[in-house]
Design a protein around this ligand. Structure first.
Ligand code: SF4
Ligand code: FES
Length: 249
């Protein structure tokens, strides 16, 4: 396949960026999107040009690092896949593909397609954990009975990979789907009940301080999430937040 790529290039968050056009040929339909970008970068390096900066790590849909906005969709046109799992067979010979970074005030551009998602880490640090005494008296988790539906829902919430596609897809750049997944995975389990009140209050406070927008129930986050995280988690987080607000009064 021969493709035209319009790629966002930006030196850092302080300067303006713009789309640059590149041509690439001999793209195999079996290549992943990131492999196609690797080929383009090899060509740029051989010509002495600056390669395009983009985030990646596992390349198997687990780490959440890959973060491209492809033809107006976070992680591109396929459903329930990350950019690293998107294959070039989704495109056809002669296509023009526009590639941009995940855009949100809380995700400033570091370079080209790489954005700073440390705001997510600060939200996690505010409450996305449980404290367990591991001094020798810890109860074996397998000996604590958990209702099957709760275990399944907690597991589903825990599959959030923290990629930020929900934020990039939301017209308000809201991080509610991400935060609600992190709150839900503990809210449903007995181990998470101990710190539940502080967790939801602190994580939502940090989310607001980072500059993410509010949720207006559009649902774009759920549609574009590569892990199928459900909006039900947002409803659960809202209930948790209301309960915690009353308790903390
Ligand atoms: S909720 Fe989905 S889109 Fe948002 S960070 Fe988690 S995996 Fe990514
Ligand atoms: S590179 Fe790890 S999820 Fe895409």
């Amino acid at each position: 396949m021969k493709l035209t790529l319009k790629i966002w290039r930006q030196a850092n968050s302080k300067v303006k960026g713009k789309l640059f056009e590149y041509s690439i040929s001999d793209v195999s339909p079996d290549m992943s999107f990131l492999e196609m970008m690797d080929v383009l970068n090899e060509e740029l390096i051989q010509k002495g040009d600056d390669p395009i900066a983009f985030d990646h790590d596992c390349r198997e849909g687990i780490c959440g690092m890959c973060s491209m906005f492809i033809n107006g969709q976070a992680h591109g046109p396929d459903r329930l896949v990350t950019t690293c799992q998107l294959h070039m067979r989704k495109f056809k010979d002669g296509d023009t593909i526009t590639i941009e970074p995940f855009r949100a005030n809380a995700f400033p551009v570091i370079k080209d397609l790489v954005v700073d998602r440390s705001s997510f880490e600060r939200i996690q640090q505010a409450g996305g954990f449980i404290s367990i005494n591991t001094s020798g008296n810890t109860q074996d988790a397998n000996s604590i009975p958990i209702e099957k539906n709760d275990a399944d829902d907690a597991f589903d919430a825990a599959t959030c990979i923290g990629c930020g596609a929900c934020v990039a897809s939301c017209k308000n750049a809201s991080a509610m789907l991400f935060v609600s997944a992190k709150v839900s995975q503990y809210a449903l389990l007995p181990q998470g009940k101990v710190e539940a009140t502080n967790r939801v209050l602190n994580m939502v406070k940090q989310m607001d301080e980072e500059g993410f927008g509010n949720c207006t129930n559009t649902g774009a986050c759920e549609v574009e999430c590569p892990k199928g995280i459900s909006l039900e988690n947002i409803a659960r987080m809202n209930r948790e937040y209301l309960g915690a607000s009353i308790k903390s009064k």
